[in-house]
Design a binder for this molecule. Structure first.
Ligand code: SUG
Length: 445
């Protein structure tokens, strides 16, 4: 049997904009109210997917969400025609209109947590959409995310889908952004690392004081239970609260793992040595490589602005690996120097490929935020909806679809235009046919 890690990237939706919605995410706050270019954002994302596919990796596409979320606006008291709802919200509750319009589902690292079949007791691949309770605009995603995941992984013989966790910050869950997996080969049983920001039950535990900890220990434990992971298969690690307070709102902004390699910043975790010892103990037969980036070489601030750790760490031949990094890493002198030093060392990481995903980066979303990793056997892969797997034809079709339907500038004032609602629905209706995912959106039901 063959095994693959397939990256499912979020297709950037037609309403991509800069609304400053994410307190604790430095880029989102810093770039609030800039004019966005949804067309360029979607194309940068498609180019990243194509580059990975061209390197020989399996690459999938996840559809964006329906925006604006008119159900949110109606639920908070706006009524009448869609146009009236939008114009009323624009003057009486502009923040709610911005939340309703966010294209944040593009960051599919936050779509769900996925446990591969080699780790789970029933031998199925398990999916739990993230509830994303910490931010209003993101809390609108889990239901439709679940619909989309079911339409892509649509075979109960191989895939188990769970409902998202209860919608309260006690069970705040941000999905795969706080989850990584160490293993020998993708098909071997692995160790799933769940990184949380605070304990909801025990307020005496360390927690950040400036910015929110979005993921709780209780949420991570619930996901491990739902997915049928044993005590030996799940390790719960606390993120260093001080780095959350410096803008590390998800663990994938400060650490990334792939197979036998964990690449992380010196200040990423609490009790780092103890946790590394546990990893070694849990995987005695795996030749683990812990690549710790010293704060003296790359500060947490440089990691946050460059997204050095929001890189995709991918496997090449002969147990070598490459980083898929944002071009911002080339532009930061400390990070560029670190990477050239890293490549001269004897570690599995032997190459770096740079991608321009600046439209997404300005909202705090790097290459790794834009993808959900799913490790699959060849049998499981053949049960995936084939229309969502990227090849040259789908790349061309999706580019044409973007050209036809997307605007090349979007500002807050543009969100008041009721024509945008119709434009998005027309585009998404066509997309569901391209990706053959059925009626996943509220407007189609
Ligand atoms: O949740 N930004 C996203 C970025 C998510 C990045 N994902 C990972 N690290 N995996 C967030 O903060 C900003 C939207 C705005 O301000 O318009 C936003 O939602």
């Amino acid at each position: 049997m063959k095994h693959f890690e397939v990256n499912f990237d979020g297709l950037v939706g037609p309403t991509h904009n800069y609304a400053g919605l994410s307190f604790g995410n430095v880029a989102s706050q810093h770039n609030a109210k800039q004019v966005a270019n949804p067309q360029q954002a979607a194309k940068q994302g498609l180019d990243k997917m194509k580059a990975l596919a061209d390197l020989g990796f399996k690459q999938g596409v996840l559809a964006p969400q329906q925006r604006p979320d008119l159900q949110l606006l109606r639920r908070i008291g706006f009524s009448g025609s869609d146009a009236k709802v939008i114009s009323q919200a624009a003057s009486a509750a502009p923040d709610a209109l911005l939340a309703a319009y966010s294209a944040s589902s593009m960051w599919t690292a936050n779509a769900a947590t996925v446990s591969p079949s080699a780790d789970t007791t029933d031998g199925k691949v398990h999916f739990t959409p993230a509830n994303l309770t910490n931010k209003l605009h993101r809390s609108l995603e889990p239901q439709v995310t679940g619909n989309i995941l079911r339409a892509v992984f649509n075979d109960s013989k191989y895939f188990a889908h769970h409902q998202h966790l209860p919608e309260n910050d006690y069970y705040g869950d941000e999905g795969a952004a706080n989850h990584t997996r160490l293993c020998g080969q993708y098909g071997d049983a692995g160790l799933e690392l769940f990184v949380y920001g605070r304990s909801a039950a025990d307020a005496s535990q360390p927690a950040p004081t400036r910015y929110p900890a979005r993921q709780t220990l209780e949420a991570s434990q619930a996901i491990a239970r739902l997915h049928g992971l044993s005590e030996d298969t799940a390790l719960f690690i606390q993120q260093n609260p001080q780095v959350i307070d410096k803008g590390v709102f998800h663990n994938d902004v400060i650490a990334v793992g792939n197979r036998n390699v964990l690449f992380y910043h010196q200040e990423a975790f609490l009790d780092t040595e103890k946790q590394l010892a546990r990893m070694r103990q849990a995987l005695p037969d795996v030749d683990l490589h812990f690549i710790e980036v010293p704060a003296a070489q790359v500060s947490v601030e440089d990691a946050v602005t460059s997204y050095l750790f929001n890189t995709q760490l991918v496997s090449l031949a002969d147990n070598k690996m490459a980083l898929i990094a944002p071009t911002d890493c080339q532009e930061n002198p400390a990070v560029a120097a670190y990477l050239s030093d890293l490549l001269s060392q004897d570690t599995p990481i032997q190459d770096v490929h740079y991608m321009d995903v600046k439209q997404s980066m300005r909202n705090g979303g790097g290459p790794a935020c834009l993808r959900l990793r799913v490790a699959l056997t060849d049998q499981e892969l053949s049960a995936v909806n084939p229309y969502t797997l990227l090849d040259n034809e789908l790349y061309t079709t999706l580019n044409q679809w973007v050209d036809k339907h997307y605007r090349d500038r979007l500002s807050f004032d543009d969100l008041k235009d009721p024509q945008l609602v119709t434009e998005v629905c027309t585009a998404l209706d066509e997309l569901t046919r391209i990706l053959n995912i059925g009626s996943v959106y509220p407007f189609q039901q």
